[in-house]
Write a protein that binds this ligand. Structure first.
Ligand code: G3H
Ligand code: 13P
Ligand code: ZN
Length: 311
């Protein structure tokens, strides 16, 4: 199967009350772990690439690895640019084989966000590529942008209808209390999401696919392994999985997960190297990381996203 856009995936997910996982990829083992899990569970899949991933692994290597995953796994896969900061990076990914891009102009004032998003949407649509945009701002760190909790802003339901119709965008990322990274809430703070805002947004733009960024649950299992193997993640807190499950049943059609993959990969590598410091074959520790990534993605597909059997 060749790469697909998210159009059909989102329509089915919206109607079916589940979400498609969008997993960040940076190397071969992460791509293999994710796609093997989704392939075995017959789940549609979004593989997403950040500017940092392109800088680390190179666009050509990443698209080549995704091509290989498509040959190995007979499931619908979309290749998506995560947090495209400007027109240029979106253009480069659209011209370079991606089927979906995110233009993240959420840092800009409303009118400027609309203008840039619309420019990308026009360029993308002429070439059969779909576009995600963002309204509202999540806290946390992504690439070189660090948004403090004080500067984060929930999405205003009043703005979504106008934004969607004037930009022509295909899906919308909103801010309802999720955030990027492994430290999403302060120690002692009760994790909370603004489901009231999500419901109001869904009411204003019925049938329109909503995206949740910053949706790692910071699996305690992997945090514990990293702690026991010389790491320090004492204050890591994620989004509880029952909240994500609830979101997946609603208008949320895409759930972004990166930090959980990092934790799973790192826990595997650390465990091998800590248990036996004489190991020097990279395959030994990368294999353990890849196995954790696969187990994590299988767990998300079945217990959080509900996308198993939907390919
Ligand atoms: O939302 C951002 C993703 O977690 C990507 O992170 O920019 O460090 O690759 P990165
Ligand atoms: P996490 O840091 O919660 O995994 O979020 C990832 C994300 O939103 C990528 O765009
Ligand atoms: Zn994000």
């Amino acid at each position: 199967m060749s790469l697909v856009t998210t159009k059909e995936m989102f329509r089915k997910a919206y109607d079916g009350g589940y979400a498609v996982g969008a997993f960040n990829v940076n190397n071969m083992e992460i791509i293999q772990g994710i796609t093997e899990a989704a392939g075995e569970l017959r789940s549609p899949l979004i593989l997403q690439v950040s500017a940092g991933a392109r800088k680390y692994a190179n666009h050509t290597y990443l698209t080549g690895l995704v091509e290989a995953a498509l040959i190995e796994n007979d499931i619908p896969i979309a290749l998506h640019l995560d947090h495209g900061a400007d027109f240029e990076i979106c253009r480069s990914c659209i011209d370079g084989g991606f089927t979906s891009v995110m233009i993240d102009a959420s840092r800009l004032p409303f009118e400027e966000n609309i203008a840039l998003t619309r420019q990308v949407a026009e360029y993308a649509h002429e070439r059969g590529v779909v576009v995600e945009a963002e309204l509202g701002q999540l806290s946390g760190v992504e690439d070189d942008v660090n948004v403090s909790a004080e500067d984060a802003a929930y999405t205003h339901p009043d703005e979504v209808e106008e934004f969607v119709s004037r930009t022509g965008v295909d899906s919308l990322a909103i801010a309802i209390g999720t955030s990027h990274g492994a430290f999403k809430f302060k120690p002692g703070q009760k994790p909370q999401l603004r489901f009231d805002i999500l419901e109001e947004i869904a009411r204003r733009i019925p049938g329109f696919p909503i995206v949740l960024h910053g949706a790692s649950s910071v699996s305690p299992e992997y945090v514990k392994i990293i702690q026991e193997n010389g790491g320090n993640l004492a204050d890591a807190i994620g989004i509880p999985e029952d909240m994500l499950r609830q979101a997946a049943k609603s208008a949320v059609c895409k759930i972004n997960i990166d930090s959980d993959l990092r934790l799973a990969m790192t826990a595997g590598v650390r465990q091998v190297l800590y248990n036996d410091p004489s190991v020097f074959d990279p395959r030994e520790y990368l294999k353990a990381g890849r196995a954790n990534v696969k187990a994590l993605v299988a767990h998300k597909i079945v217990n959080v996203l509900g996308s198993n059997g939907k390919a």
